[in-house]
Design a protein around this ligand. Structure first.
Ligand code: SF4
Ligand code: SF4
Length: 375
């Protein structure tokens, strides 16, 4: 993950980004990333530009950074992704992104009133304008919807909004903000998140030919392949890194700007062994110890792996004391998927009671599609 800046022009209520004028990564730092990764590992790499708002870095940044990474690290077969609110997407930027086939993840929390209430006034229209620029240039955009303690009350409207606009639905629960005076105000309660996932599973099964719900696809893939297929459900430590605007290396974009989680700097070109000697790595590794204890007897451990280490610190003083607090939600939905699957197997093949499509039909649909790397 490359974080060109922590700045963002929006002021979403539950977000941790900084002011728009926050420092921006230089092209020299991108060159240092290339220098560092040349000798670091041999596995294929996906670069996700994240923020803050990564498009604040401007068109020149991407015009130089993308070829540096693509050709300088061609032996790692780089692919790219970008997470942006799209406000600053210009036709020039869209052309550059299209040249490197960069899939875009953006954020929209539902219809205008719900979205703008929790993100900021005017957000919806700005993002939709950027979306039209992206589409006009043939860019692939998928939206992530953050469910908060407020928007959970409108889950039906939000689902219908995504379906009637032909948008794929991917969701995140709002976490307590480590940088807010009222950290819990927008956070989604873990058991409510579990219920939301089950609700979405039902609505998805009823409308399988009209919408994709990526989280449900991912959760089913986890259960039926027996391994995590998104970062929340794999052991991300040692396999995901984020580089902040000044070249500092962190475990993930979510930790950028937290001094306790700096594992090194690209300017020093640390090896994996150097990173493992850092105090920050030791702090992260504590998560694995918690998973070993907490999840030992869980039947979902193989494909859940204790969830997300950042979620584990978001409810604390910034240190890891346990596994992901959304454990309750994961267990609820994993149980639901496996129990329904078993029931369907025992009854007629691939059909819920009442003759409606069930989990087996969904698995068939998922198996017939492939989703892109990244995001
Ligand atoms: S810390 Fe969480 S969000 Fe970041 S890579 Fe790991 S699982 Fe994903
Ligand atoms: S569902 Fe909970 S107990 Fe089971 S592996 Fe996931 S985090 Fe651990």
């Amino acid at each position: 993950m490359i974080i060109p800046t922590l700045g963002c022009p929006s002021k979403c209520s539950y977000c941790w980004s900084s002011e728009e004028g926050s420092p921006v990564m230089s092209i020299d730092t991108v060159r240092e990333i290339v220098g560092w990764l040349k000798g670091f590992r041999d596995d294929p790499v996906t670069f996700t530009f994240h923020g803050g708002e990564p498009l604040l870095a401007g068109v020149e940044f991407y015009r130089e950074a993308l070829p540096l990474l693509a050709y300088g690290l061609s032996h790692l077969t780089p692919s790219f992704a970008l997470q942006t609110n799209l406000w600053r997407l210009t036709p020039e930027l869209a052309e550059v992104l299209k040249r490197y086939d960069v899939p875009i993840g953006s954020s929209l929390d539902g219809p205008r009133e719900i979205n703008d209430f929790q993100r900021s006034e005017g957000y919806y229209d700005r993002t939709m304008h950027g979306y039209s620029v992206a589409r006009a240039h043939g860019l692939n955009v998928q939206f992530i919807c953050t469910f908060t303690s407020h928007s959970i009350k409108y889950r039906e409207e939000i689902f219908d909004f995504f379906m009637s606009n032909g948008l794929t639905l991917k969701l995140h629960p709002a976490l307590p903000s480590l940088r807010s005076d009222e950290p819990e105000r927008w956070a989604l309660d873990p058991s409510e998140y579990g219920e939301l996932l089950v609700y979405l599973l039902d609505r998805y099964l009823e409308n399988m030919d009209r919408i994709e719900v990526r989280n449900i696809n991912d959760l089913c893939r986890c259960v039926f392949s027996g391994r995590g297929t998104v970062c929340t459900f794999v052991d991300c430590i040692d396999n995901t890194f984020a580089v902040g605007p000044d070249g500092s290396i962190y475990p993930c974009y979510r930790f950028v700007g937290m001094p306790d989680y700096v594992m090194g700097s690209v300017y020093d070109r640390p090896s994996m062994d150097d990173i493992k000697k850092s105090e920050a790595w030791g702090r992260m590794n504590r998560f694995r110890e918690c998973v070993e204890v907490h999840c030992k007897r869980c039947k979902h451990l193989r494909y859940c792996r204790g969830g997300c280490p950042y979620n584990a610190i978001s409810h604390t003083d910034g240190k890891i004391h346990g596994v992901d607090p959304y454990c309750v939600a994961y267990r609820r939905i994993f149980d639901e998927i496996t129990e329904r699957f078993n029931r369907e197997l025992l009854s007629s093949f691939g059909v819920q009671s009442g003759g409606r499509p069930g989990i087996i039909a969904l698995i068939r649909k998922i198996a017939s599609k492939e989703e892109p790397r990244g995001l």
